[in-house]
Write a protein that binds this ligand. Structure first.
Ligand SMILES: O=P(O)(O)OC[C@H]1O[C@H](OP(=O)(O)OP(=O)(O)O)[C@H](O)[C@@H]1O
Ligand SMILES: O=c1[nH]c(=O)c2nc[nH]c2[nH]1
Length: 193
């Protein structure tokens, strides 16, 4: 998606440790017009698929998933929580995920009443790096017996391999910008065609 690539080039910065900082428009300050265009792009890619639910993970996927849902007939958006809470009751699907930016393991939890065997799920997230977050969400879908229809990602860092592993596993991964390489010293970013 050219619009997203241009925003990354203009406003993104490359930090040491394979971190691309795009918090001016994607995951701190949120450009909802851009999110709307991203939702439209995923709707075009996944047209013809039955989607009953969008599943994402705290925190940065939530806003993007909610705007994207408007392009999928307003299906419910469920976000996996990364902490137990007195607000979480009833039976739960749980797994653990290593957080890329927080550099520690988190529990990942969805209440059973919000994900079930009849669901056809679109997974949405802001970033795909090593694929830990997505594999966690896939595990929860497997536990629930829900079908993963596809995966919509804003920014994939292709050089970290998570996206290609998921494609090799048979998942339809639609990443709107795939960073092929980035250099923290020069700031240069190249995209996969
Ligand atoms: O493919 P991976 O290696 O799993 O990296 C991608 C994940 O990393 C970020 O989550 P993180 O927990 O770092 O931050 P967040 O709480 O802002 O979403 C991002 O939002 C993805 O969920
Ligand atoms: O803002 C972010 N930049 C990144 O490079 C990244 N990788 C995973 N999650 C990420 N979030």
């Amino acid at each position: 998606m050219k619009e997203l690539e241009e925003r990354i080039r203009k406003e993104g910065t490359v930090k040491p440790g394979n971190v691309l900082k795009v918090d001016a428009f994607l995951n701190h300050q949120c450009d909802v017009t851009l999110f709307d265009h991203m939702g439209a792009a995923w709707a075009e890619h996944f047209a013809g698929r039955t989607i009953t639910k969008i599943l994402t993970i705290e925190a940065s996927g939530i806003g993007i998933a909610c705007i994207a849902a408007r392009h999928f007939d307003g299906v419910p958006v469920v976000f996996a929580k990364k902490a137990q809470s007195i607000n979480l009751d009833g039976e739960q699907y749980t797994t653990t995920v290593y957080s890329f930016t927080k550099q520690k393991e988190f529990p990942v939890i969805v209440a059973k009443k919000y994900l079930s065997a009849g669901d056809h799920v679109l997974l949405i997230d802001d970033f795909l790096a090593n694929g830990k977050a997505l594999h966690g969400l896939i595990d929860l879908c497997k536990e629930a017996g829900a079908v993963v229809e596809g995966i919509g990602i804003a920014v994939e860092k292709g050089f970290q391999g998570g996206g290609d592993t998921l494609r090799a596993e048979g998942y339809d991964v639609d990443s709107l910008a795939i960073v092929e390489s980035m250099d923290a010293e020069t700031g240069e970013i190249t995209f996969r065609d």
